[in-house]
Design a protein around this ligand. Sequence first.
Ligand code: AMP
Length: 395
Amino acid sequence: MNSKLILVINCGSSSLKFALYSIDHQLLAEGLAESLNSVNAKLHIKLLNTEIKSTLDTKDHQHAIDLLIIELQKTFDLKLELVGIGHRVVHGGESFKQSVIITQEVISEIKNCIPLAPLHNPANLLGINILATLFPKLNQVAVFDTSFHQTMPEHAYTYAIPYKFYKDDGVRRYGFHGTSHRFVTLQASKLLNKQVDTLNLVTAHLGNGASVAAIANGASVDTSMGMTPLEGLVMGTRSGDIDPGLFDYLISKGLSPEDISRTLNKESGLLGISGISNDMRTLCEQAAQGHKLSQLAIDIFCFRLAKYIAAMMVSLTHIDALVFTGGIGENSPLVREKTTDHLLILGFTLDKDLNSLNCSNKVINDADSKNIIVIPTDEELMIVNDTLELIPGTF
Ligand code: AMP
């Protein structure tokens, strides 16, 4: 039976994630390629209808995509059924305020944003080029991590450093995880039965990367990540905010700029404090068994998060809900509880029974509190929706 399909591609520097959806939003296949450009490169594919999982040896992005298309072609008639491809693109700078159909001009603009995301944008472009060669007639859409935050006002996005760095080099706060913050904003609008353009939220995307956003009338007006994803919250391996004076100090201790970058991006955050893991599940287990530095990592994570939620509130005139999402936000009652314990002064209190393991798409606050909701994010679905909206033809 013929159906119409959308392929979602997220090309990283050494990885590739994909998802194949029908245009009525059924997830049909998903998977990832990892350790690309190394001898350990593998492609994992899961077909949802048959529960078949396969793992193949691969090499680089080109080879992984070629293999993926061959494998999918065994079950789907891609040449006939595929109607569009949606790509996650990390940095759209100030050029992209929403998702767009990919043209030569769009490709040039994504290239212009490479200095802002030197690891990510080239990989995203590689994915776009490979698929454009394989399916030259097909519309491809770019969905940017940054575009949802382009509605931030100047006072929220400008750093207090000489203004010429903004004018000449685009140094400003851009924010990331926009696709997730946008998805949960739309879901919250449905759950709370309130028009999205009247909706005020603080959204907390807490995964291995983490950020909060202030949403006023459905639009992002502030967020915790900045020019790069390093700013803001404590994350799996990223430090989040630190004293910029630390750079001078670490340089005086003999660290190179590369050492400092690696330390702050890959060796800090939950991993750096606990010394054992960047995975919140492991830390919760270890803390319960008395591992003091795991407990400290969780405490710092929740305290910083609460501080940032409070900081987001100054951009709003009222709040309809605080939203938790991402792997940690959706699945950790402990993190939600510890964070909310700091927010009593702002009128948030949890109902400890409702704040259970299975509270997806539910309100979890007690009766006297402002709304607190848990909403599973789905960035791939958001990319499917944007792709469907932009490609010509009605489906
Ligand atoms: P993500 O990047 O959204 O996939 O989220 C990954 C993070 O979610 C990791 O730190 C996981 O440890 C965390 N996570 C997933 N499930 C749970 C859980 N049940 N309890 C605590 N953390 C969880």
